[in-house]
Structures are given as structure tokens and as C-alpha cells.
Design a protein around this ligand. Structure first.
Ligand SMILES: O=C(O)C1=C[C@@H](OP(=O)(O)O)[C@@H](O)[C@H](O)C1
Ligand SMILES: C=C(OP(=O)(O)O)C(=O)O
Length: 411
């Protein structure tokens, strides 16, 4: 059995940084993810005038309940959608003029439902080049609050950003969603807001947030469940292998841990305890049809594992994976075909047929960390796989190649 220590969750670290910055007092985050996304978030906070002190294993943030310390700031959000969507929302609660920009891909990714909602709340917000996209200027003068209707059918991050804004408004916020993807990420948001002292209630499709502000605390970041999926998939693939990820067990916040239920349906042995999760190969990997709307960051992991299943693997309801770091449905199909695998795709689905992937082949990463980490699983059984941009794993797991290679060579 191999035990793998997975770095901290990107989603939990990003929320914790927002909540800590908005809280009364100084927060210490234990085990934050150190990667391009979360360093970009922390640097964005620093640019906005928050005091963030980073030491190995612990980040300390002095909260500013009244909003950013800077009157003006230029914030570069890099490639991280949590940064690009959460930070302008945090800044809106303060007083000042803040300019936000992001990577070329992040500029392409949608933002309009969030920025329109902020405008409905009275925030003076202007898009610099294209309506509904980065770059944007926020002329902040506090947010009164009120009621909103939101379409979060393309990204739950719009809802998360607005929920976290709620306690910082003068009168509170009621948000009614007409559509919602990636719902388990909203559960993370609600749990973490409450852990920082917020009063937020869900009544059907309406979320009611009271204007309480947040309280600082010491907060431990759990390992990243999406990152763990590559190791779980590798364990399910390799006869005789098993992997245990400590710290991701029954109490885990992240919905992406449900990826192990998909592996269980395919034939892997899965055990989830209070202490962690273990996946073991049984030598069987069945095909299946699975809806991954709730856990779509693990769609590429399953797609890359799929050729080794005994029957076709069909993944449904994942349209929003087309607006992530790349168009992930097309990127998975393109790369599987490069390996000689038969694949069909539709607007929101992909179907992968059993086959023996054959190299040599270069994987077109499209700068997407998840394409690299997913096809590293395929590469365990496919000699000759290389990546056109292996370094793009820095977005969430800079040390991925070393850790995965060590894992692959440990019996
Ligand atoms: O809130 C979050 O931390 C995230 C929500 C999900 O995005 P969508 O809601 O856009 O699917 C997920 O894909 C992303 O990696 C992180
Ligand atoms: C989609 C992702 O990231 P984000 O939307 O936070 O940029 C991801 O990490 O797979």
C-alpha cells in the first residue's frame, strides 16, 4: 500500500483567503496550497492592501472588515478563476478603484452573470475590452445588499463569490439561483462561511445571508480531492496496487472525493474512513455511464482512464468543462484519438471506447494542468507519452511530476 500526502485544496485555500481577508482579526491557515492559483490569490490580496504573511505550512492574514487597505490597485489574477471571480467581489465591498486583469484564457472565460449581479447590487463596474470578461474596473463604495436572481448554470463560482460577499453588505443578501452546476462547491462555501462566523441559510433555491461580517480563526486546509483523483485512478488501473490519501475521509468538504464512487462502480475496492480514503485495484475495470455535473474537474481523469475499461465509458452533463482552462471535452477527445482510441463527443458528453493506447504521442495540453495530470495516468500503461507543456501543472500542483513518478516507481 502506498500512502500519498496530497497538497492542500485549491478551492478551500481560495475561500479561506477571502474569508480571512474579510474577517475581524488575524487568521492563520494551516497547510494552504502553494501553487500558481493560490499564490496569485495571495498576491492579489497584497496588491489590494491586505497584510498576508506566508511561511512554510502556514499563511497569516490580517483581516480588514471594511475592505481593501489600498485606495487604488492593479490586480493580476493569472489563470485562476477563483481569483478572477472572488477578488473583484471582495473588493466591491470596500472603497476605492481597483483594476483586475487575467491570463489570455481567463480573459476568454465567462464572468457576465457575476458582474451583472454586482451591478444589480449597485456596484460601479466597467469591462475594459469585452462586456462580461476581464479586464475590469471596480469603483467600490460598499454594497448595501438586497435580493438577486442568478444563473449559475455555467459556473458555481459566481454564486460562491456573491454568497461570501453577503456578510459584508449593510443589509444582507438573498440570492435565488435559476440554474446551478458544480453544486458541491457551494456546500464547501456554506460550510466555510459558517466556520468563519457567518449566518447563511438555504431555503430551496434561495440562499439568505445575514450582514454579520466574519470572525478570524485558525483554519486547517484539507488535501485537494481533485488532485487525489490521479492517484486514485492510477491505483484502480494497476493490478495489485492500492493508495491511501490521509486527511480526505468521511468529514471531507470537497465533493470531488465522490470520484472514488465512480471507481467503485467500475470495480475498484474503495474504503473511506474518518482518517482518509483508500482505493485498491481488483483487476477489474468496467465501463459505465456516469453524470459528472457535480464533479466535472475529475472528468479528464476518468476520460484518461477510460480506454482501459472493459466496456465504453460515457460521461454526461459536463458542458461547463468547455469553459475551463481549455475546452476539456475537445482536448480529451483530441488526445485520446492521438493514442488511437475511438471517441465520440457531443455538446455536453464524451464517450470513450475500450482500446490499447499506443505511443509515441505528444499530448496537447492546451496549458491545462488537468490534461497533463490525467494523461500521466494513461502514460502508466502507454510507453512514449510526452506533453507539449508539462509545466502547466504549476496551477495547482507544481511538484506533480516528481510525486507521481515516485508513486509510479514504488511497488
Ligand atoms: O468554487 C470552486 O473552487 C471551483 C468550482 C468549480 O468551478 P465551476 O463552478 O465553474 O464548475 C471547479 O471546476 C473549480 O476548479 C473550482
Ligand atoms: C477549472 C479549474 O480551475 P478554475 O476554474 O478555478 O480556474 C480546475 O482547477 O480544474
Amino acid at each position: 500500500m502506498t500512502v500519498i500526502d496530497i497538497p492542500g485544496s485549491k478551492s478551500v485555500t481560495a475561500r479561506a483567503l477571502f474569508l480571512a481577508a474579510a474577517a475581524e482579526g488575524t487568521t492563520t491557515l494551516l497547510g494552504p496550497l502553494v501553487s500558481d492559483d493560490t499564490e496569485g490569490f495571495a498576491e492579489g490580496l497584497t496588491a489590494l492592501g491586505y497584510a498576508v504573511r506566508r511561511e512554510p505550512g502556514a499563511w497569516h492574514i490580517e483581516g480588514r472588515p471594511a475592505g481593501p487597505g489600498a485606495d487604488t490597485a492593479d490586480v493580476y489574477c493569472r489563470d485562476g478563476a477563483t481569483t478572477a471571480r472572488f477578488l473583484p467581489t471582495l473588493a466591491a465591498a470596500g472603497h476605492g478603484t481597483y483594476l483586475f486583469d487575467a491570463s489570455a484564457q481567463m480573459r476568454r472565460r465567462p464572468l457576465a452573470p457575476l458582474t451583472n449581479a454586482l451591478r444589480t447590487l449597485g456596484v460601479d463596474l466597467r469591462h475594459g475590452e469585452k462586456e462580461g470578461h476581464h479586464p475590469l474596473d471596480v469603483h467600490a463604495r460598499g454594497v448595501k445588499g438586497g435580493a438577486l436572481t442568478l444563473d449559475a448554470g455555467q459556473s458555481s463560482q459566481y454564486l460562491t463569490a456573491l454568497l461570501m460577499l453577503g456578510p459584508l453588505t449593510a443589509e444582507g443578501l438573498d440570492i435565488t439561483v435559476t440554474d446551478l452546476v458544480s453544486e458541491p462547491y457551494v456546500e464547501i462555501t456554506l460550510a466555510m462561511m459558517r466556520a468563519f462566523g457567518a449566518d447563511v441559510r438555504q431555503e430551496g433555491r434561495t440562499y439568505r445571508v445575514a450582514p454579520t461580517g466574519y470572525r478570524a480563526r485558525t483554519y486547517g486546509i484539507e488535501p485537494d480531492a481533485s488532485t487525489a483523483s490521479y492517484f486514485f485512478a492510477a491505483a484502480a488501473l494497476e493490478p495489485g496496487r492500492s493508495v491511501t490519501v490521509p486527511g480526505l475521509g468521511t468529514g471531507a468538504l470537497q465533493g470531488d472525493l465522490a470520484f472514488v464512487d465512480v471507481l467503485r462502480r467500475m470495480g475498484a475496492a474503495v474504503e473511506i474512513t474518518d482518517a482518509g480514503t483508500t482505493v485498491r485495484s481488483t483487476g477489474t475495470l468496467r465501463g459505465l455511464t456516469v453524470n459528472m455535473r457535480d464533479i466535472s474537474d475529475t472528468m479528464p481523469t476518468l476520460a484518461a482512464l477510460a480506454p482501459f475499461a472493459e466496456g465504453p465509458v460515457r460521461i454526461e452533463d459536463v458542458a461547463n468543462t468547455r469553459v475551463k482552462e481549455c475546452d476539456r471535452l475537445d482536448a480529451c477527445a483530441e488526445n485520446l484519438r492521438r493514442l488511437g482510441i475511438t471517441v465520440h463527443t457531443g455538446p455536453d458528453w464524451i464517450e470513450i471506447h475500450p482500446g490499447t493506447p499506443t505511443g509515441p504521442a505528444e499530448i496537447a495540453t492546451h496549458g491545462d494542468h488537468r490534461i497533463v495530470m490525467s494523461f500521466a495516468v494513461t502514460a502508466l500503461r502507454t510507453p512514449g507519452i510526452t506533453f507539449d507543456d508539462p509545466g502547466c501543472v504549476k496551477k495547482t500542483f507544481p511538484d506533480f511530476h516528481r510525486v507521481f513518478d515516485t508513486f509510479a516507481h514504488t511497488p
